[in-house]
Each structure stands twice: as C-alpha cells, then as structure tokens.
Write a protein of this length. Structure first.
Length: 412
C-alpha cells in the first residue's frame, strides 16, 4: 500500500519488502555470477595455459621441422655430391665409350682392309690354282713329249748303230740311207714341232733337234764321214736325253713347289677364315659394348635429370626455410633452455584434459562470453538500484534499530 509523506508518494512496507526481495534475488543472481567469474576466469586461464601448451607444441614441431630441414639440407648436399660423382663417372664412361668406339672404328677399318686383302689373296690363290692346274697340264704334256722324245732318240740310236754297222756298205746303200735319213729328218721335224709345245726351257731342245736335222742333211752330202757324224749325233742325242731328264726334274720341282704353294694357300685360307670369324666376334662384342654404353648413357641422363629435379627442390626448400630457421633459432634455443620437467608434465596433463576443457569452453564459457557485453550495463544498473534501495531502507523508520538488533544477534 502506497503512503504519502509530505505530499510525496512513498512505497508501503509491503512494496518495499517485495522490492527488497526482488533486489535480493537479483543480488543473489549477481553474486552467483560474480562468484562464478573466478572459476570462469580460472577456466580461461586454463584455456590460456592450453593455448600456451599448444604454442609450445607448435614450437616443438617447428624445432623438429628445423631439424628435418637441416637433415634435408644435409641429404641434399650429399645427393649433390653423389650427383657430381655420378656425373664425373658418366663423363669418364662416355670418354671410355668414345675411345672404345674409336678403337672399334679403327678395328672395323683394319678388318675391312684384312677382308679386302683376304679377298685379293683368295683371288690370287684362285689364279695360282688355275695357273697350277694349267702348269700341271703343261707338265703332263711335257712329260708325254719327253717320253716320245726318249723313244724316238732310242730309235735314232738304234738306227745310228745299224748305220755304223753298215758303213762298209754305205756306197751301195747310199740311196736307202738317204731315204732313211729323210725319214729321220721328217721324224726330227715332227719332234721339233711337238717339242715346241714345251715351256721356254724346251726351246734349246728344239734348236738341238733342228741341229740334228741339219746334221742328217749334211750326212746325206757327206756320206764319207757318216760314221763320225752318226757318232756325234748319238752324243748329241744323249745330251738331248739328259736335257729332257733335267727338264723332267725341273718339272717335278715345279710341281712340288706348286703343291707346297697350294698347301700354303690352304693354310692362308684357313687363317683368313679364322681371322674373319674372330673379326666377326670382335664386331659382335663391339656392338654389345656400344649398346651397353648407350644404355649407360641413357641411365646417366635419367640420373642427371632426377638429380637436377632433386637439386631444384632442395634449393627451393632451403630458400624457403633457411630465413625462418635463422629467425626461429634464438627463440627455440631460449625455449629449450627455460623448458623444465614440471612444465613438460603440466603440458602432458593439459593435453590429457584438453577434451574436457574444450567441451566446457564450448558449452559454458563461450555462451557467457557472448553475454559479457550486456553484463556491464546490468551490473551498473543493479548497483544503482541497490543504492536507491539502501537509501530507501535507511529512510524507513525503525530500520536502524532493526539493523542494530540483527547485528547484536550475529555477534551473540
């Protein structure tokens, strides 16, 4: 019930008590809020500690990253050295391959020359074989001619012997002797014609047979000296037989030389065949070496390309992380120096409680933080109301007595 004092409307005791109860309720709520602020501040501090722990974790990860960057830099340096070594090895290998290629080229040139020489030698051997064949045929003809010549010389000797025996009757048989000498001359002429097919060495024999024919003609003219001429003819025929025997010996020697030449040509042909086979093997080996060198050069090119890519990546990483590492090195050193075992255990404990802290922050702190912009005006308004209530209570008659009485009861 409202009262009027000195013309002013004053709330009645019921309204005052109701308002005081309301204020007390608000005050309790405010006190609860204020009482919860330290715990929330503690939670915030815990969150801040968690953030600091996360910062420490980030610092540890940065430190590990710096170590990994150092390892990457060291590995990149090692890789660059290995690449340089591989490049030097590849260069030496290319040089050796070039030398091998040059040697193979020279060997191929020499083999071509040997092949040409072998071809010419084979051609010459073929010519020699053909010549030997012709020589054998000519020697056979010479042998046959020599045999016929020996037979005819024997006949001439027999005829000469009969001529010596019949010298006493030469006058009577002069006509027959002339006829027989004509036969001898014809035979000698045929012999000269057949001996003309012999080699150059048989030319003397033909000339001597011609001399025999001349002597036979002179024998017709000089019947009185037929005996001496016949004796000389026999001697000259003996010389012809000896010359024919020497010619046969020389022909045998030529045949032996031709046989030895054929054997030597066969050996040379076999050696040339073996040389061609060896040259073929060398050419195949050179081809394999060239193919292997090409494969090694290709692999060396691939390794150089991969090393170039790795070197480029390592250079980019170094350019990116070296300034960061230089700036973070003092901080990391200070952090490591000041970091203790207790802080490590606290960080571990904080990490273990992070799920609960995160849930509390999301469910309790964040909603309160969202309303903090309204807490200040509400508190100021509440303080103003409390001040007015206090003033009103102080103005209530008997309130001081009641307050004193309550204070005495509390002291008792």
């Amino acid at each position: 019930m409202a009262l009027r004092i000195a013309g002013l409307t004053v709330p009645g005791p019921t309204e005052v008590l109701s308002g005081a109860a309301t204020v007390l309720d608000w005050t309790g709520d405010a006190a609860e809020v204020v009482a919860s602020l330290p715990s929330r501040a503690a939670d915030l501090l815990d969150d801040v500690a968690g953030l600091v722990g996360r910062i420490h974790t980030i610092a540890d990860r940065v430190d590990g990253l710096l170590d990994r960057v150092d390892d990457v830099a060291a590995r990149a340096s090692t890789l660059i050295e290995r690449v340089d070594t591989v490049a030097d090895t590849a260069t030496g290998l290319v040089t050796r391959v070039s030398t091998v290629a040059d040697d193979a080229t020279g060997l191929i040139t020499r083999v071509s020359t040997v092949a040409d020489s072998a071809t010419g030698l084979v051609e010459r051997v073929s010519v020699v074989a053909d010549s030997a064949t012709g020589l054998v045929q000519r020697v056979s003809v010479v042998a046959e001619n020599a045999t016929g010549l020996v037979d005819r010389v024997s006949t001439v000797a027999e005829n000469a012997t009969g001529l010596v025996d019949r010298v006493s009757t030469v006058a009577e048989d002069a006509t027959g002797l002339v006829e027989r000498v004509s036969v001898v001359a014809d035979s000698a002429t045929g012999l000269v014609d057949r001996v003309s097919t012999v080699a150059d060495s048989a030319t003397g024999l033909v000339e001597r047979v011609s001399t025999v024919a001349d002597e036979a003609t002179g024998l017709v003219e000089r019947v009185s000296v037929v005996s001496d001429s016949a004796t000389g003819l026999v001697e000259r025929v003996s010389v012809v037989a000896e010359n024919a025997t020497g010619l046969v010996t020389r022909v045998d020697a030529v045949a032996d030389d031709a046989s030895g030449l054929v054997r030597r040509v066969s050996v040379v042909a076999e050696d040339a065949t073996g040389l061609v086979a060896r040259v073929g093997g060398v050419a195949e080996n050179a081809t394999g070496v060239v193919e292997a060198a090409n494969a090694v050069a290709s692999r060396a090119g691939e390794v150089v390309e991969a090393a170039s890519g790795a070197s480029t990546t390592a250079t980019e990483l170094l350019d990116l992380y070296v300034p960061m590492a230089r700036r973070a090195a003092p901080l990391a050193s200070r952090f490591v120096e000041e970091f203790s075992e207790a802080e490590l255990q606290a960080a571990i404990k904080l990490v273990d409680t992070l799920p609960t802290v995160t849930e509390s922050v999301e469910s309790d702190i964040l909603p309160i933080l969202a309303t903090l912009d309204r807490v200040g005006p509400d508190v100021h308004e509440l303080l103003d109301v409390l001040k007015e209530v206090r003033q009103a209570i102080n103005g209530v008659p008997g309130f001081s007595f009641l307050r004193k009485r309550g204070s005495e009861k509390e002291d008792a």
